[in-house]
Write a new protein. Structure first.
Length: 296
């Protein structure tokens, strides 16, 4: 295949990819086959090039152990026995947001001290589905001759305990990648506010192609969609343990309640799950299902 044909082929594949992702979300039994309905509504999908300068800024914020898209692809290729440098301009990223269905959000909105069972099931089995989606996107791209990897699923992925960055960071932040791909901006509670709101799960895949679409970002500031500067304190009020304040999100306190606390452990045992989540600050807030309107 000549370079011109490869260029046209890759561009067509990336044009189709959002529809492919949406079809998988709509049709997969792992999303739709539940007594209370699907976990997720149709997704938002965005792209970014690996040489986008924003990835350097993300690395500076998250720490030197975090990966750029090119570094994640290098790790993946090395795992396959194909070592060697990967240039930033040779890779791209596709990211998606899976908006949590209205019925699940409604159940969680009524809670005060911990998540509704429907939300807890979504946290565990919805993320299992998100893992399926990552693998599906990787497989679809590779079936069309484009090397791909889901950094979140690489064996080298890890959560990093880092006091200088609020307690926890990781080698690959799906939310930061979604921000780079134009899907939303951050909230006071560290969530990502998107055109479909803040209640969602996020996924991403890195692929090797110099024809990756450039990011389309309708914002310039990290917290552009958050209206805390206009007096909103809704997520602060929704948190049952005070893990959110005007200074931001206390990740350690949040984790203690969500994963380590006795109440959370009892709920997981009663429901037969290992990941329960919380999500109270993602519902009953102005950014639950969309970008909040600014006054004036």
């Amino acid at each position: 295949m000549c370079d011109g044909q490869r260029l046209n082929c890759h561009q067509e594949l990336f044009r189709r990819l959002p529809e492919v992702i949406s079809a998988f979300v709509t049709n997969s039994p792992r999303n739709a086959g539940h007594p209370f309905g699907p976990f997720f509504d149709p997704p938002l999908v965005g792209f970014a090039r690996g040489d986008d300068p924003l990835f350097n800024e993300i690395k500076e914020q998250a720490g030197e152990r975090s990966w750029t898209p090119a570094e994640a692809m290098e790790l993946s290729m090395a795992t396959r026995g194909c070592g060697g440098p990967v240039l930033k301009a040779e890779v791209g990223v596709v990211a998606w947001v899976l908006p949590i269905a209205a019925g699940i959000r409604e159940k969680n909105r009524a809670q005060k001290d911990g998540p509704a069972p429907e939300w807890a099931y979504q946290r565990q089995y919805g993320e299992d589905f998100n893992g399926d989606l990552r693998r599906y996107v990787v497989g679809w791209l590779e079936s069309h001759g484009i090397a791909a990897t889901a950094p979140f699923q690489l064996p080298q992925f890890e959560v990093i305990n880092d006091d200088s960055r609020g307690g926890f960071t990781s080698t690959w932040s799906e939310r930061h990648v979604a921000f780079a791909c134009g899907l939303g901006t951050f909230s006071l509670n560290d969530g990502l506010i998107t055109p479909r709101g803040i209640a969602h799960r996020v996924g991403s895949v890195v692929f090797r192609s110099a024809q990756a679409p450039a990011a389309q970002r309708a914002y310039g500031q990290v917290r552009e969609y958050c209206i805390v500067d206009q007096g909103c304190r809704a997520c602060i009020k929704r948190c049952p343990i005070g893990a959110i304040s005007e200074q931001g999100h206390d990740k350690r306190l949040c984790k203690e309640m969500t994963y380590n606390g006795e109440r959370a452990a009892a709920m997981r045992a009663a429901l037969g799950i290992t990941q329960g989540g919380c999500g109270l600050c993602q519902v009953g807030v102005p950014c639950e299902s969309g970008i909040p309107r600014r006054a004036g």
